[in-house]
Write a new protein. Sequence first.
Length: 324
Amino acid sequence: MLSRALFLLPGLWPGQVTTHGMGADETPALRRLARWLGRASPGDSPGAGSAHPCGWETALAGALSYGPARGGRQTWLAQPVRLTPGMKDVVAEPVSGIDPQEREALWQAAAPELEAAGAVLQLSAHGLWLLEMESDGLVDGWPPSIGCGRSMPAPPLHSDTARRLRVLENGLQMAWFQHPVNQRREADGRDPVHGLWLWSPGETGGEAASRCVLGGGPVARWLAEQAGARWAPDPAAGPADTNGAEPVVVVDALAQVPSLERRLEILESVAEDVLAPWVAALRRGRVGRLEIRDPQAAGGSVAPVELSLTRTGSIAFWRSARRL
């Protein structure tokens, strides 16, 4: 029997936005989801009471036993971003659709800055931009799911590595700002690449609490493979596809949805396709508990960051449904 299955559902509790009154009560799948959440108890895992959201990437890295970097060669996820200046800050938005010729031209322009920092840009086997550099320890920073789309905070410059990364980021912005690649992209109505959003999960080490990751796309695949865990693309793969390994299931589609109607559709899929097979396995005694976590939520809010559903709890019919 599996002791647990962890579900990372960023955006499950979307602040003041609610599906109540938008047809959620009329949908059988969402009524079941609300009942399951109502019958679950608040979780007590590390970070569940944090006053700040951590992002699903950080939560997944923790489940895979990543820890603080101790120094030496370190790898950062290097997400290309467009920068939009505000009155007092800058907002970064992820950029996609960069073809190989554009990438090579941008990287060539960045070569002097990279060399000065002792850094190297690489392309992962699955298309992610990665930056490698000698480090004197882990540099604090938000993962893309939390950082992008918000005002960019000034990271603390508490180490030589942090200062070198700041200089590198500023240099890349200068090298790429008026680059011909960006001029063509803007002329074509595409987002330019102004810089990189850098985030490191730390170092792998020890036995991962979870050895199977379902969903989450290329970033989840990268984290899983670096930790020696199995990865599968479909978060709805279900208990039969875990090969007896405790899974982390990632559904990041709720993080940014264009409308409440689309949110309802995704929640229905979460209920019917993702959670329902696991609730059935829970009631049959094939898994000990289901941990449902929203890494975008902050502790102390009205909605809990994490819930834990047990077999006994799943049939506690007297407990009220939890409003989504």
